[in-house]
Structure formats: C-alpha cells, structure tokens
Design a protein around this ligand. Structure first.
Ligand code: SAH
Length: 238
C-alpha cells in the first residue's frame, strides 16, 4: 500500500534535488579556488619557485581574459583560443617565461604579442611599468579596454609590428616575446638595457621552437636555450 506521508516526503526530496540541480547549473564555477589549484598543481608542483611570479599568478583572474565560452576552462593545464587564430599560453608557460626574466619591481618591461592582455597583467603585478605591442588590431584594442576596466593602469598597449620594439620607451630591463619567431629580431636586442634579459621562442614556423634567454652583459649578448615550446607565429606587417 502507498504511504501518503512517504509519497509527500519523496516528492519534496525530489523537488529539492531539482532545485539544487538547477541552482548549481546556473552557477559560475569557483574561479578563485580553481586558480589556487592551478598555482599549486601546475606551477609549484613543477619548477616555478619565484615568489613574485607565484603571487602574480594567484592574483590575476585569467578567466576574465578569455572568451566567455572558454571561461570554465581558463585554469586547465593548456593554451586556449582567444580568437583571430591566436591563443593565450598555458599557465605554466606564462609563469616559466615570467620567472626566467628575474624581474625587480623597478623594471621597465616590453612584451611583444599582447593577445588577451593576460601576460601583461601578470607582469604588471610584479613591475612598475609594462609596454605591450599587438599586431592584430582588434585583439590589441580589446586587451587595452580589458586591462583598463580591470584596473591595470601601469600597462600601455600599442597596436603595431613588435619587430621594431618601442624605441621611444627603450631601453628595457626585460623583454618578453610571446609569439614564435624564426630568428632574433635585432631591434629588440638593441633595446635591451645593460644587464637586461629577454625571453623569446625561436625556431621554424609550425614546428617545435626553443625558448631562448638572451642576456646583455657589458654590451655582449649571451643566449641560452631553456626548453622546447610551441607558439603561434610571430608575423610581420607587409
Ligand atoms: N601574451 C598573450 C598571448 C600571445 S599569442 C596573452 O597573454 O594572451 C601571440 C600574440 O602575438 C598574438 O596575439 C599575435 O597576434 C601577436 N603577434 C604576432 N606577431 C606579432 C608582431 N610582429 N608584433 C606584435 N604582436 C605580434
């Protein structure tokens, strides 16, 4: 025989379950914990030890730099599409390149390849001033707007070909190129200050490149290969 009290209780439980389901369905993921988890597993769990790099990676809301549809995946261990055939690098690569620059707070940094603006925001958490150049105009304009809205007012974005660097703002204490080049652009080498560092992926388009650390010491250039990487190509305006 059916027990009416039992039936009512069961339907209340069912209702609660449905409500719970629909609430959790509409809810945004807990991005702060996903970010913390990304830092401890993907960065500290590997070879990222620089305190300032780890703090910056903990602070910058990566999910706000990717297209809405990509947000739930913002903290996964890989690159993501940001439109215009470009990608935002894997969190580990962002951290590795940042750490390799051995930044001081007072450093003036140039980034070539603004993309979403995420890497520039990470740099801005560490140093006083960041200059960044993007060749794809809509990406550059969007990053500029996004960085301003999120309060990164020490980042200056410019649309143009980063091959030429930013002579009016040179020399730089550090330069980061986030697109894969086939060779080392001389204007960028020329814009390194004494003692400055540059990281740049170099190698054939479409293939595996080497992430190279370039150091200027007593006017001389020393290059060191750090690791193999894949990057979207460094392009040139014709
Ligand atoms: N640092 C970015 C991701 C970079 S993807 C981020 O954090 O999101 C590489 C970017 O470099 C792309 O947006 C691409 O358009 C740009 N790029 C390629 N060649 C360039 C050049 N010559 N000058 C400036 N930007 C360039």
């Amino acid at each position: 025989m059916l027990n009416p009290t039992r039936v009512r209780q069961n339907s209340i439980t069912l209702l609660k379950m449905l409500l719970g389901f629909s609430l959790s369905f509409g809810q945004e993921p807990d991005y702060a914990s996903l970010r913390q988890q990304m830092v401890s597993e993907q960065l500290e769990g590997r070879d990222i030890y620089s305190r300032s790099t780890l703090e910056a990676m903990k602070a910058v809301p990566r999910h706000l730099f990717v297209p809405k549809a990509q947000r739930p995946f913002a903290y996964v261990d890989g690159p993501l599409p940001i439109g215009h055939k470009q990608t935002i690098s894997q969190p580990y690569i962002v951290a590795f390149m940042t750490q390799a620059l051995r930044l001081k707070k007072t450093d003036k940094v140039l980034e070539v390849g603004t993309g979403s603006g995420y890497q520039a925001a990470v740099l801005a958490k560490i140093v006083d001033s960041v200059f960044t150049i993007e060749i794809v105009e809509p990406l550059g304009l969007q990053a500029k707007k996004r960085l301003a809205q999120l309060g990164y007012n020490t980042v200056t974005v410019r649309v143009g070909d980063g091959y030429h660097g930013w002579p009016e703002k040179a020399p730089f204490d550090a330069i980061m190129v986030t697109a894969g080049a086939e060779s080392l652009p001389q204007p960028l080498v020329d814009q390194l200050a004494e003692g400055a560092r540059m990281v740049i992926p170099i190698g054939p388009h479409g293939g595996i490149r080497q992430l190279v650390l370039v150091q200027k010491k007593k006017g001389k250039i020393k290059t060191t290969e750090l690791m193999s990487v894949r990057f979207v190509p460094f392009t040139r305006k014709n």
